[in-house]
Each structure stands twice: as structure tokens, then as C-alpha cells.
Design a protein around this ligand. Structure first.
Ligand SMILES: [Mg+2]
Length: 363
């Protein structure tokens, strides 16, 4: 996949539709870069910096420099470009030219591998509706009876989009598996209300942290508008007490590893009992939350995040493993969560700051 051609095109006066309250500009300029490889693939990029110096530089200097290079070795191509010291004097124009070459190369790489560039760059783990449904089906087939999905995660929370995702999950797993939603405190009351009202037909077992900051009176307002139970108190800006006295939640969610350990968890659990509320969940620290949930008569579900569950498995001996939706509480003395032999020594990271402070006489 060698670079056969690099060409920059300054496009001028491309008609555009201006916003309704403005007449001008009604045309745009753009700089398009094409990089073609010996096997016929073409990568494209576009920038708005169209100064003739940039166009000329790309078409002459950059093309001469890069034709013949392996387009799949982006790091090498960019380093070669960068080392060409004359370009450094061009300042912003140089950076713009460099950017367009780089973007076209990424486009080429994606095309040659058959993969979208966002996945090559890291691929943030947002499932498509199809992937979400497939994952839910897979987890249900493994015997999990409860699944929870994140909602309100868009830059502007979009209840209609979340409804479609939850509906796809419900269709994938059938009526037997319980489905819950986690808003991670991102929605307004109006957005959360709309989402709850739309998803009620999907038999949602609860919604976790639906509104911004877990504000107690806002949670209460939402609670009055939906039949879906409300859960909160994992991230306790407002205390469990505030949530209880404000009738804001159905389920309290202390996470022992974040929220004060078992001592605080016991107090919250007993307070919740006095208000006729249950406990549940508590983030991905499931193997540590089991002891609290199993200890109290109003204890409930324990949450396992897949990656954290795997981390627990990697670190500890005998981590309770979910089977058909249930966990067996360890009957070992203590928690039954002991690190594997030698593991701490092997993976201990030496922190330079703590070394400094541990030197004799250091203040
Ligand atoms: Mg959560």
C-alpha cells in the first residue's frame, strides 16, 4: 500500500444554505487532500485553511516527499513529513498541511482494513442497537436474570433513542429477564420523565440515578410521574437520609467501597428499613457488596460490571461467580477475598512521590 499520488485541491465558492437569519456567507472554501495508493484506494481529508502556500506546499513539497512511502505506516510517514525541517517555518500553515495528510492516511488505513476510523483511534465503547441487543441476548443465555443498561449518555440526553435501545434489549431477552436503566445523574427531570413514561411498557424493574446530582426533590417529582421504581445513593452528594425524608427513592444503593464501608452501609440499610425501602446494587464492587446485601433483610441485588468482575477474578482467589442469576455468599472466615499468592508483589507500582516521602529524614 504505497503512496502513488498526493494531491491538494482548493475548492472555492461552494454554495451553502446560510442560517435563516443571515444572508451571507452563502459560499464556502475548502481544502481537500487526496492520497491514492498503488492498490487503488484513496484517502480523503478536508480542512478550511486554504491559503495558497498550503496548497502549493502539499502539491509540491509534500507530494515529492511522501510518494513511494508505505501509507499503512502512519507514524513513519508523519515523522518523515515532520523531519523535513523547511516546513517548520510555515507555522500554522504547516500544521494544517500536516493534519490533512495525516487524516487522509487514517482514512486510507480504515479503508484498507475495512474498519471505521473511530474504531482505529480507540473505538469508545458505545454499542449500536444491534450490538446492545446481541450482548444482552448473550448475557441472558449465560443465565443472567437481571441486566442494566446506561441511559441518558448522549451529549444531550435523548429519551427517544434510549427507548429504542431498551426496546431492542427487551426484544432480545424476552419477558423473563429483568431490565433496569442507569442514568448516571445526567438527565433533567423532564428528560427522565419522558424516558420513564416511554419505557414503562417494557417492564423496567428500576431506574438508577436518573436526575442531575440525585437532587432529592427532583427525584421525588419524577417518582410521582412514573411507576418505574427510582434508585439512587451510589454517589451521595445528597445523603441517604435526605433521599429518605424527601420520599425520593424506592431503592438505596450504598456501595461499600466508595461510601464509607460496611459500617456506613449498615447504617444506611437500617435507616432504609425504617422507611420501608430496600437496598440494592452499588456499582461494580459486587464481590465486596455481597456481604452487606446478604446481611440485611432488606438487602437486594448485587451488581457485577463485566470488566471489574474480571479484575476481581484476576486478583482474588475464589470470587463468587454468578450462576443462573444468583451468587453464593462465601462462608469463609472474613470476606473470602484473598489476593492470589505473589500477586501484590508482582504488580505493585512504585510511586516516585511516595519513595521521596519515605526517605529517612525527608519532610
Ligand atoms: Mg450506577
Amino acid at each position: 500500500m504505497k503512496i502513488a499520488r498526493l494531491e491538494a485541491h482548493h475548492l472555492a465558492n461552494i454554495p451553502i444554505q446560510p442560517p435563516p437569519f443571515r444572508k451571507l456567507p452563502n459560499a464556502e472554501h475548502a481544502l481537500i487532500v487526496e492520497i491514492e495508493t498503488t492498490d487503488g484506494l484513496i484517502g480523503y481529508s478536508m480542512g478550511g485553511y486554504t491559503h495558497p502556500v498550503v496548497v502549493d506546499f502539499l502539491n509540491h513539497h509534500a507530494a515529492d516527499l511522501l510518494v513511494g512511502e508505505d501509507a499503512s505506516c502512519i507514524e513513519r510517514v508523519i515523522a518523515r513529513f515532520d523531519r523535513h525541517s523547511v516546513v517548520r517555518f510555515m507555522g500554522r500553515a504547516y500544521l494544517s498541511a500536516l493534519a490533512l495528510v495525516d487524516i487522509a492516511l487514517w482514512d486510507l488505513k480504515g479503508k484498507s482494513l475495512g474498519v471505521p476510523v473511530h474504531k482505529l483511534l480507540g473505538g469508545a465503547p458505545v454499542y449500536s442497537v444491534e450490538e446492545l441487543a446481541a450482548e444482552a441476548k448473550h448475557l441472558a443465555e449465560l443465565g443472567n436474570l437481571h441486566l442494566k443498561n446506561t441511559v441518558g449518555r448522549q451529549a444531550v440526553p435523548n429519551p427517544a433513542d434510549d427507548y429504542l435501545r431498551m426496546r431492542a434489549m427487551r426484544e432480545a431477552v424476552g419477558p423473563r429477564v429483568k431490565l433496569a436503566m442507569d442514568g448516571n445523574s445526567r438527565m433533567t427531570v423532564a428528560q427522565a420523565t419522558k424516558l420513564c413514561q416511554m419505557t414503562e411498557e417494557l417492564d423496567i424493574s428500576f431506574i438508577e440515578e436518573p436526575v442531575i446530582d440525585n437532587h432529592p426533590t427532583q427525584l421525588r417529582e419524577l417518582r410521582g410521574k412514573t411507576s418505574i421504581p427510582i434508585a439512587a445513593a451510589e454517589n451521595h452528594k445528597y445523603s441517604a437520609r435526605d433521599l429518605l425524608v424527601n420520599d425520593a427513592v424506592d431503592i438505596l444503593q450504598p456501595n461499600v467501597t466508595n461510601d464509607g464501608g460496611y459500617t456506613a452501609g449498615l447504617r444506611i440499610g437500617m435507616l432504609a428499613q425504617a422507611f420501608g425501602r430496600s437496598l440494592g446494587h452499588g456499582n461494580g464492587s459486587g464481590p465486596h457488596n455481597i456481604a452487606l446485601q446478604a446481611a440485611l433483610s432488606n438487602g437486594g441485588l448485587v451488581e457485577y460490571h463485566f470488566h471489574k468482575w474480571m479484575a476481581y477474578n484476576a486478583i482474588f482467589e475464589n470470587v463468587p461467580q454468578p450462576e443462573n442469576g444468583y451468587l453464593q455468599v462465601s462462608q469463609e472466615p472474613g470476606l473470602g477475598l484473598n489476593p492470589k499468592r505473589g500477586l501484590i508483589k508482582e504488580f505493585k507500582k512504585v510511586d516516585r512521590t511516595s519513595l521521596l516521602f519515605s526517605q529517612p529524614g525527608a519532610m
